[in-house]
Design a protein around this ligand. Sequence first.
Ligand SMILES: Cc1cc2nc3c(=O)[nH]c(=O)nc-3n(C[C@H](O)[C@H](O)[C@H](O)COP(=O)(O)OP(=O)(O)OC[C@H]3O[C@@H](n4cnc5c(N)ncnc54)[C@H](O)[C@@H]3O)c2cc1C
Length: 294
Amino acid sequence: MTSVVERLQGDGPVFSIEFFPPRDTADEAVLWKSIRELEPLDPAYMSITYGAGGSSRDGTIRSIARVATETTLVPMAHLTAVNHSVAELRNVIGWYAAVGVRNILALRGDPPGDVYGDWVPHPNGLNYAEELVELVRSLGDFCVGVSAFPYGHPRSANLEADTEYLVRKLRAGADFAIAQLFFEPEDFLRLRDRVAATGCEALVIPGIMPLTTLRTLHTSIKLSGAPAPRRLLDRLEPLADDPKAFRAAGIDAVTELCERLIAEGVPDLHFYTFNRSKATREVVSRLGLVPARA
Ligand SMILES: Cc1cc2nc3c(=O)[nH]c(=O)nc-3n(C[C@H](O)[C@H](O)[C@H](O)COP(=O)(O)OP(=O)(O)OC[C@H]3O[C@@H](n4cnc5c(N)ncnc54)[C@H](O)[C@@H]3O)c2cc1C
């Protein structure tokens, strides 16, 4: 099974896609329609989140197993330390290996219910993603990714501490980091520079969400942990009552963001698809990241 890093070693930039596990059969049909629509565009890898927002953990294992066995895609499974003992984490990692998943995004995760609530580790569990990276690495030949935060993780005291702990988890054995959402190319590039300035050479990959609706804009603001820049709001908010025009302007804005990131040499654009394929297909086609035959 190919690793994510192997898939990022080509000459040009590539794209990758992220989904969340289905909660019911209707969700599952939507997920698989999107996966099948994106598969011919040859994304470098695809990932499925783990337990985020109350989604099913079994659903992650089931879906990633199906991707590994029934598609041509390179799968990456997310894994969080939330409410798991080390023995349970070993078990899930064993399952991933058994179904042919070689790539794992190792995360601490958030307290269930209130993401800003107190973090209470499982009594026999782990405290930070860094420890999960070490655990995954100790259990086999996995390619490991971690999360990064262009504006700093909400729990970090400042950007200096945030960078220190990010680099620690990369040095603990992670091959790359995927960034949370951000609005301006410079916001991501500064994160990349902070990591490089420590001498750490791990890849840092931007996370991208196509802004197709006012809701996706608000979700981006919430997830990024930063206010959207006035320039972007002035461009999109006047179109709030015209969904078609909003979508067109949002896709333009995200395509421009991606173009600038490509010009800055990013190896991969990681799309948060929210289990829909159309907007991602549009953006990657406009960027020329899809095979000619697709
Ligand atoms: C690309 C991406 C994918 C994600 N996928 C999921 C998912 O599938 N499921 C899900 O539930 N959530 C997911 N998340 C959200 C993520 O789990 C949360 O943001 C969580 O709060 C932080 O996880 P982490 O792995 O970054 O934690 P950590 O790296 O452990 O960091 C948490 C906080 O602790 C600090 N810290 C780290 N190490 C130390 C240390 N040794 N001493 C003191 N402080 C330290 C960090 O600076 C940070 O403030 C994802 C986020 C991103 C960006």
